[in-house]
Design a protein around this ligand. Structure first.
Ligand code: AMP
Ligand code: MG
Length: 523
């Protein structure tokens, strides 16, 4: 998160984004020896919404990690990507011939107040690749140096936050939650000045797109109806192609984003994830999780849990996330308003109804998530009360959210001991609830083993626990030791499989440590 003096309104920079000196790549990096078949639909279709810019380059780059599986999915040759030619691209020292690096423009509501101009201050879109499944994916460098949107920032990223984004994104992906992903982490060999001097790094990020609610707000605030329509059509073509040509595609787009966000936030909450900085510039149109800054996973269940050092009012607390998603959607609705047909009813009312309906959509998805977490793959009227009563128990007795669900699988097979141990002094209350849950699960007609299998596939054993994440990052930053990071990543890539050798990674931190845990922005 930028410091407070960061929110300068640089209208002068805005003027340069389309035609000024920054329109031409500054200081071009050398052409890359590597062939990457980029297409550049954003650059082609959305002029006025970006500034061309080149990566600053890295003095002594070192590949820390390449996501070989993802490289393959993108149709890239992993060996080539980890060669010197690949590293040059990932480090911003060379630009592939078909790339057209650019910094995207966007605005955003940060903690409720509007900034007309944010934009990629430390990121560059290299271009888009069509992956092996035919999906268009953005490939972007994060931490690659200053852009016309950098304001007072240095455009750089420190190693810790880069590895953190890598780990968190890959963990979320393995948990089945839509997210941007990490293709590579590179150490630049330069230092970055934060509160102290830190090693610099670059993350290569892959996204379904980087369109944000804030992208729409950027244009709406400038009253450019033609560009707004172009952006909305672009978003529809990219994410909701079925809407093209329908009677009211822009209302449809709002609806589609609302639906994706309702599902996304329910899934976040199902694994105890707290995004930490749900500003409108950090909320995607695609429905992918983006910008792993001060995010954290909850340990004991607490709807008020907040770990971000800058979120002093708890605006982005665990339990507030659905309300904030809805608030952000209202901002998207406002930005789209002039495009929405007044079809007998004012556009405000039609868009407002979509925003209103978010609450119901979220509730539906949340109930679905909870049912699955309880091993229920059919629906019965009392399920939500059953789930809510369990959550109340967890809250009252400060029980670890992840383990409370993971250990239901043992209970399903007749072994209550792991859960009882977890509940400690609250075991009597647990027994009463388990009795109700058992009765309900009987109705599904599954054998104990089948029920346990369903529970094990819905409830992870491993989440990126804050203390393990911190110690893995500290080893990398302070001792240049990537082994703990690699080990944690390996486990998090298979979060539902128990590995005896890694059982410590499933355990919560001591309570005092969790109480004092704070996360910081500053990727
Ligand atoms: P974030 O906190 O990642 O959502 O970023 C908010 C805004 O601050 C975005 O416009 C970023 O590009 C910008 N920003 C954050 N850190 C830096 C940095 N070190 N240099 C330049 N811009 C930055
Ligand atoms: Mg951001």
């Amino acid at each position: 998160m930028p410091p407070a003096n960061y929110t300068l309104n640089l209208e002068t920079e805005l003027q340069t984004t389309a035609t000024g000196p920054n329109d031409q790549p500054s200081d071009p990096a050398s052409p890359a020896a590597l062939h990457m078949p980029f297409d550049n639909s954003y650059a082609r279709e959305l002029e006025g919404l970006y500034a061309r810019s080149n990566p600053a380059g890295s003095p002594a780059p070192r590949l820390l990690r390449l996501n070989r599986e993802l490289a393959d999915e993108l149709g890239l040759d992993a060996d080539e990507m980890s060669s010197a030619a690949g590293l040059a691209v990932l480090a911003g020292n060379a630009v592939p011939a078909q790339a057209q690096p650019l910094a995207q423009a966007y605005a955003g509501h940060q903690f409720g107040s509007f900034s007309r101009q944010l934009g990629d201050g430390r990121a560059l879109l290299l271009g888009e690749l069509i992956d092996r499944c035919g999906r268009r994916r953005d490939i972007a460098l994060k931490g690659s140096g200053r852009t016309p949107f950098s304001r007072r920032g240095d455009g750089k990223a420190a190693l810790g936050p880069v590895l953190r984004e890598y780990l968190m994104g890959e963990a979320m992906h393995a948990l089945g939650i839509p997210t941007t992903r990490a293709l590579a982490a590179v150490a630049t060999g330069a230092t970055v000045q934060r509160e102290q001097l830190l090693p610099g790094a670059i993350l290569t990020r892959v996204a379904a797109s980087h369109l944000r609610v804030g992208t729409f707000e950027y244009i709406a605030a400038r009253d450019d109806q033609a560009l707004l329509r172009r952006l909305a059509d672009y978003a529809i073509a990219r994410h909701d192609a079925a809407l093209a040509g329908t009677p009211d595609p822009y209302l449809g787009l709002l609806q589609a984003v609302a639906e994706r966000q309702a599902s996304l936030v329910a899934r976040w909450m199902g694994v105890g994830f707290i995004h930490g900085v749900m500003n409108t510039d950090n909320m995607t149109i695609s429905g992918e999780t983006i910008d792993y800054g001060p995010c954290a996973f909850m340990e004991h269940f607490d709807p008020e849990a907040v770990f971000s050092s800058i979120d002093t009012s708890g605006r982005y607390a665990y339990g507030n996330q659905p309300a904030i998603a809805q608030w952000n959607l209202a901002r998207l609705a406002e930005a789209l308003l002039t495009l929405i047909d007044a079809d007998g009813e004012p556009a405000e009312q039609r868009a407002g109804a979509v925003v209103q309906a978010f609450a119901e959509h979220f509730d539906f998805h949340w109930t679905t998530v909870l049912r699955l977490k309880l091993g229920l793959d059919d629906a019965s009227g009392g399920d939500r009360a059953l789930a809510d009563d369990y959550l109340t128990l967890l809250r009252r007795h400060r029980i670890d959210f992840t383990l409370a669900f993971a250990r239901l699988a043992d209970a399903a097979q007749g072994n209550n001991t792991p859960l009882r141990t977890l509940f400690g002094g609250a075991a009597a209350a647990l027994e009463l609830w388990l009795k109700r849950w058992r009765e309900r699960t009987l109705a599904i007609g599954k054998s104990p083993d089948e029920l346990a299998a369903a529970l094990r596939s819905a409830n992870p054993i491993y989440i990126p626990r804050n203390h393990h994440v911190e110690s893995a990052l500290a080893a990398a930053v302070e001792r240049d030791d990537l082994a703990p990071f690699e080990r944690l990543l390996r486990v998090l890539q298979h979060p539902f499989d128990e590995h005896a050798a890694d059982s410590a990674l499933a355990e919560p931190a001591p309570a005092e440590q969790t109480e004092n845990y704070r996360t910081f922005c500053g990727t």
